[in-house]
Design a protein around this ligand. Structure first.
Ligand SMILES: [Zn+2]
Length: 473
């Protein structure tokens, strides 16, 4: 039996099972054989995995390509950062309005443009979540599902922009008309309907922060004269997440809409997410957190370059996230990667742009802080970074699995490699990183996309082969 390539001599971390000594034979981009010993003569392309753990490629299901920089350029540089860290599929959020392509209009015109800007520019496979911002875009949801969009987004805190005294400025930002809980209800009805019609999980992702609470807490923090990351966290307090999750939970229950609570950052947020799930066991809920909320606190994250929404929190919040993760209450860990240059972080506490990159650190953070420090089993890392995001976002079993017929996407990892994070080893265009100097143990040393090396020894291998994946697969 001949293979296009062979991953030889590694310890394969099988999803749902754990580490097993095995070789992997790949053909036509897919896994064709899993065996304890495949002959090196069976392929002309043998990847030596001796001493390494072979994980499925990570599915980074929360990414922002092109939010602050030109789309194609950002796709090239930031998907390189992703593939350097063992990510083989990323799903990026896109919306009309300010930032991104800085315009509004029908997705029937704008989505093909996004796909055109993406073509040939990704080192990883990729997909898009789409945010219906205007009333007119609501009716495009069924069409978007036909185009391979299996997940949508609503931002709970943008409501303030249409409610603020200076409503023209708000509407300039979202380029939306009625962006409120009514609009959210209308999205949920349509997403739930698409889910029923297709018999597949079509879901709505929610950025859960409440704008009215943020408004008065920012006033309080400003009056107290506070600035910096602590002030930013207190100005957008965990209460705002808690309230917003409960509001979204009520509407999701009413509409039977599958939902994803994004980037829960605090003890109160996790408790609220778990509460909604416990009270409504029939609801379809994904609870997501980020690697930066697991790895940083406002006391350790430095200056405003680490500003992000929701904010970096306290040690107590971080401890609560880890407890929830170890108990299995958190389903996915993502980067929420948004390349944001240092010059965009120059304003004050309130005007500096939010967001930063971190996709290359998904495996290192979970292996170092989870496996080595807390005894998290390797197969749980696979669940959190690959299998569960693939299942929840319509990619499974093509992605997120190490099984015959699945895409041959792998992260080859040296569990004992220890090094500090630097701008250089992040392989991103971003000229700073909030994780700089943080020492982590457990690093990807090579990444395989559909059977062929895509990254090795600190550099990309071959052409950019990333392709759009229409979901559900
Ligand atoms: Zn995000």
């Amino acid at each position: 039996m001949k293979f296009d390539s062979l991953i030889k001599g590694g310890i394969v971390v099988l999803p749902g099972h754990g580490p097993v000594r095995a070789d992997l034979g790949c053909r036509a981009g897919r896994i064709a054989a899993i065996a304890d010993d495949l002959s090196t003569a069976s392929s002309d392309d043998v990847v030596d995995a001796r001493g390494l753990y072979v994980f499925p490629g990570a599915v980074d299901s929360h990414f922002h390509v092109g939010i602050y920089r030109p789309h194609a350029e950002d796709a090239r540089s930031e998907s390189l950062s992703a593939v350097s860290g063992g990510v083989t599929t990323l799903i990026s959020y896109f919306r009309t309005g300010h930032h991104y392509l800085n315009k509004t209009g029908p997705y029937r015109e704008i989505f093909p443009e996004v796909l055109e800007l993406s073509k040939g520019n990704f080192h990883t496979d990729y997909g898009y979540h789409i945010a219906p911002m205007t009333t007119a875009q609501l009716d495009e949801i069924p069409w978007l599902v036909e185009q391979g969009v299996a997940s949508f987004k609503y931002y709970m805190f943008y409501k303030a922009l249409t409610l603020s005294a200076d409503s023209t400025k708000g509407k300039d930002y979202t380029m939306a008309d009625e962006y409120d809980l009514g609009h959210l209800y209308e999205i949920m009805v349509r997403v739930a309907e698409a889910s029923r019609r297709t018999g597949r999980r079509i879901s709505l992702s929610l950025h859960c922060e409440n704008p009215e609470i943020i408004r008065v807490f920012i006033q309080r923090v400003k009056a107290a004269g506070l600035t910096g990351l602590q002030a930013y966290s207190e100005g957008r307090p965990p209460l705002s997440e808690r309230l917003s999750i409960q509001e979204a939970g009520v509407l999701a229950d009413e509409t039977s809409c599958p939902v994803n609570f994004l980037h829960l950052s605090s003890r109160k947020a996790i408790e609220a997410g778990v509460d909604v799930r416990t009270r409504h066991p029939e609801m379809d809920i994904t609870i997501e957190t980020t690697l930066h909320h697991l790895a940083l606190t406002w006391a350790t994250a430095g200056d405003l370059r680490s500003k992000v929404n929701p904010p970096i929190r306290t040690q107590d919040d971080q401890d609560a996230l880890w407890r929830a993760l170890m108990k299995g209450q958190i389903d996915t860990v993502v980067s929420d990667h948004a390349c944001c240059m240092e010059e965009n972080k120059k304003g004050d506490t309130w005007s500096a742009l939010p967001g930063f990159g971190g996709t290359s650190l998904l495996y290192p953070v979970l292996l170092s802080e989870g496996v080595h420090k807390r005894g998290l089993p390797l197969e749980r890392v696979v669940d959190l970074l690959s299998t569960t995001p693939a299942r929840r976002f319509g990619l499974f079993p093509r992605k997120g699995a190490i099984a015959i017929g699945s895409d041959a996407d792998f992260a080859l990892i040296d569990l004992e490699k220890e090094q500090a994070v630097t701008v250089e080893n992040s392989h991103s265009a971003q000229d700073h990183t909030p994780f700089a100097g943080k020492s982590l143990k457990g690093w990807p040393v090579a990444t395989v996309l559909r059977g062929r090396l895509a990254f090795k020894d600190g550099t990309a291998v071959g052409d950019r082969r990333g392709a759009f994946v229409a979901r559900p697969v």
